[in-house]
Design a protein around this ligand. Structure first.
Ligand SMILES: *Cc1c(COP(=O)(O)O)cnc(C)c1O
Length: 456
């Protein structure tokens, strides 16, 4: 079937289209940091797929049925039923977003000095492991290190390394499998890898949890790519993944196609009781956990909609199509194209810029200046290490730019526009200037720093 969005548009929102001069002024005011831009300065926003999704008419209608009763709201029981059907876990807690679920779960599971092992911890996941006194260890599979490899499951964990870590001597408090592996190029995890990892965990008495923000997108890629799963539904594959684990945290700002919300779902009753105490103290009573009744309704409907094969197929097709257009204009992406984002290889496109001139950041900035496209780098500005004087002393392994694709928001012609702007930049890459940090806060530098262009 040709590429086509399986929905039509009922409500529209105009997007700002600025002149080059207006964009240059906006970027200068923003200290050349895309996080400092305002929405009314952005034409296509590919900064994040989190909470940036378009609601369906059914979700909006469900929101009107939201029951705002303080305790025991109808909307909670509907939400719980949908999550129960999806995960099979008996203990389900709504929370306001994924990081709250992480904080509550890790606070109960990890002891100071424990290791938390993952295919790759997402950045808030890593931070919450550290806040719980643990140490986060990433063990991505070897294929993940080769950006050009078209291995279908580059999100897998390295099983031999996992087995060695579980054997000690450092205590392992938990294993957390991120599906799909957001920190690792958005690549999927195979069911075979998940089964083997959870079996190793069980043999060593270590709990294994899913970080399941993109449970449906991972399930869809399993159906497309893994032998033995092609005749299953996305719901069945997602359920089979949850069945393997002991519980899950899931930010519903992604695959519930909504704006806010998450769940913490657990098999073990004693652990759930412990989490519920903290939930009530810090998020809200167990039947709302920091969410309104209308949120719970829209999330429940979103989780039902996201497992629709027509929706998932069109999402995969759209991302792959953009990846092909980008290749055609001469820019490399992390292969193979995933589903929620594409990662541009800025280091390869801009070899005249060394890591301390931040080629990823330079390309992200140029996409805005040339076409009003906002995105962010995943390179040395974010992941590099600097000395006390602010000089880059350790570069990131790769200089990447992430184009995150919000769900149901942009059409095929928007994606073609993105590729066309990138193509203009790729025609004359040496004209793209590098950047120097002029103001750098001690924490979360890429969110808050100010930089300026330099030509040297
Ligand atoms: C977004 C995300 C989180 C954190 O969820 P929030 O809802 O943003 O707090 C955790 N893990 C993964 C893989 C994510 O993508």
């Amino acid at each position: 079937m040709p590429l086509m969005e399986p929905y039509r548009i009922k409500v529209v929102e105009p997007i700002p289209i600025l002149t080059r001069a207006e964009r240059e002024a906006a970027m200068a005011r923003a200290g050349y940091n895309p996080f400092n831009l305002r929405a009314d300065e952005i034409t296509i926003d590919l900064l994040s797929d989190s909470g940036t999704n378009a609601l369906s008419s059914a979700q909006q209608a469900a929101g009107m049925l939201g029951d705002e009763t303080y305790a025991g709201a109808r909307s909670f029981f509907r939400f719980r039923k949908v999550v129960e059907d999806l995960t099979g876990y008996p203990h389900i807690m709504p929370v306001h977003q994924g990081r709250a679920a992480e904080r509550i779960l890790f606070g109960a599971v990890l002891k100071p000095g424990d290791l938390s092992i993952s295919n790759t911890h997402f950045d808030t996941t890593r931070a919450n492991v550290q806040l719980s006194g643990g140490t986060a260890v990433d063990l991505p599979c070897a294929e993940a290190g080769n950006l050009d490899s078209r291995d279908p499951f580059k999100g897998n964990i390295d099983l031999a390394a996992l087995e060695a870590a579980l054997a000690g001597p450092d205590p392992v408090g938990q294993v957390i499998m991120t599906v799909t592996n957001n920190g690792g190029g958005g690549q999927p995890v195979s069911m075979a890898n998940l089964a083997a990892a959870t079996e190793l965990c069980r043999a060593h008495g270590v709990p294994c949890f899913l970080d399941a923000a993109r449970f449906a997108e991972n399930a869809w890629l399993v159906i497309q790519r893994e032998e033995g799963w092609s005749d299953k539904t996305p719901h069945e594959v997602a359920r089979a993944a949850f069945d393997l684990a002991d519980g899950a945290v899931a930010s519903l700002k992604k695959d519930a196609i909504a704006h806010m919300g998450a769940f913490l779902a657990i098999r073990d009753e004693a652990l759930a009781k412990q989490c519920e105490l903290v939930l009530t103290a810090t998020e809200g009573f167990r039947t709302y956990g920091g969410l309104a009744g209308r949120d719970l309704e829209m999330l429940a409907t979103g989780m039902e909609e996201v497992v629709d094969p027509d929706y998932l197929r069109s999402r995969e097709d759209a991302t792959r199509y953009l990846g092909e257009l980008i290749n055609t204009v001469g820019v490399s992406i992390v292969e193979p194209a995933g589903i929620h984002a594409l990662y541009l290889n800025a280091g390869r496109l801009l070899p005249h810029l060394p890591p301390h001139r931040f080629p990823g950041h330079a390309l992200a900035t140029e996409l805005y200046l040339a076409g009003g496209i906002r995105c962010a780098e995943l390179g040395s500005l974010y992941l590099g290490e600097e000395d006390a004087e602010g000089n880059l002393v350790k570069a990131a392994p790769y200089e990447l730019v992430r184009l995150a694709i919000p769900r149901r928001v942009y059409t095929q012609s928007h994606l073609e526009y993105v590729a066309e702007i990138l193509g203009e930049i790729a025609k004359d890459p040496t004209s793209v200037p590098g950047y120097r940090v002029v103001e750098s806060p001690p924490l979360l530098r890429h969110f808050n720093c100010r930089v300026e262009p330099v030509r040297d």
